[in-house]
Design a protein around this ligand. Structure first.
Ligand SMILES: CC(C)(COP(=O)(O)OP(=O)(O)OC[C@H]1O[C@@H](n2cnc3c(N)ncnc32)[C@H](O)[C@@H]1OP(=O)(O)O)[C@@H](O)C(=O)NCCC(=O)NCCS
Length: 166
């Protein structure tokens, strides 16, 4: 298993993941292919987004790939926090391919992402989840997350917030 950066090589696999995902909002949103005419255009937009702009802080996106070259997960690492990320988004966002859930992949994605955080000198890593996302809370606890105060959004959504001493 390994983390790899999105590139043309992964176009077919990425599209397969999106198809399986269905109509729900893609998580992390950086992997959403809608609105891009070609995969190349998506990769260019991703590069701009990763570099950071007025809307997005610098971030890095990776696929989790099996030894058979199948994408089973996706992860974004945000290099810094702003108010939104400190309360809601955290440093790391991830998902597992719907057909591959409950096999330990998200737990592995987070642990691999923490190694990337070490390379980026992010020593206190914030990871959040919705209060009803039992799976994600377990993933964070399996990676030594220590719970901080929750944050309640204006729409009433409660985010659980955990710090990982990296
Ligand atoms: C949440 C999510 C990432 C979990 O991925 P996963 O690969 O299934 O997670 P793991 O296999 O590592 O599971 C870790 C633990 O959570 C449990 N779990 C996973 N999904 C669960 C669910 N829906 N309900 C209850 N428990 C769940 C697993 O059984 C496992 O428990 P165990 O350690 O006691 O055996 C995945 O469901 C997903 O992509 N959801 C949509 C996107 C999302 O919510 N991302 C997280 C944003 S914070």
């Amino acid at each position: 298993m390994r983390l790899v950066r999105p590139s043309l090589e992964w176009e077919v696999e990425h599209k397969g993941y999106v198809k399986e995902w269905g109509p729900s909002r893609m998580v992390p949103s950086s992997f959403d292919l809608s609105g891009h005419v070609t995969y190349q255009a998506y990769l260019q937009a991703l590069a701009l987004r990763e570099a950071g702009n007025e809307k997005w802080l610098p971030s890095t996106s990776y696929f989790l790939i099996t030894n058979n070259d199948r994408i089973v997960g996706m992860v974004d690492i945000r290099h810094k926090l702003n108010d939104f990320l400190r309360n809601v988004g955290g440093h790391i966002g991830y998902s597992t391919r719907p057909s591959e859930r409950k096999k330990g992949y998200a737990t592995l994605i987070l642990s691999e992402a923490l190694k990337k955080c070490t390379e980026l000198n992010i020593n206190q890593v914030l990871v959040t989840c919705d209060e009803d996302n039992i799976g994600s809370a377990k993933v964070i606890l399996h990676n030594s997350g220590v719970e901080d105060e929750s944050y309640t959004d204006s729409d009433g959504t409660v985010k659980r917030r955990f710090w990982i001493n990296n």
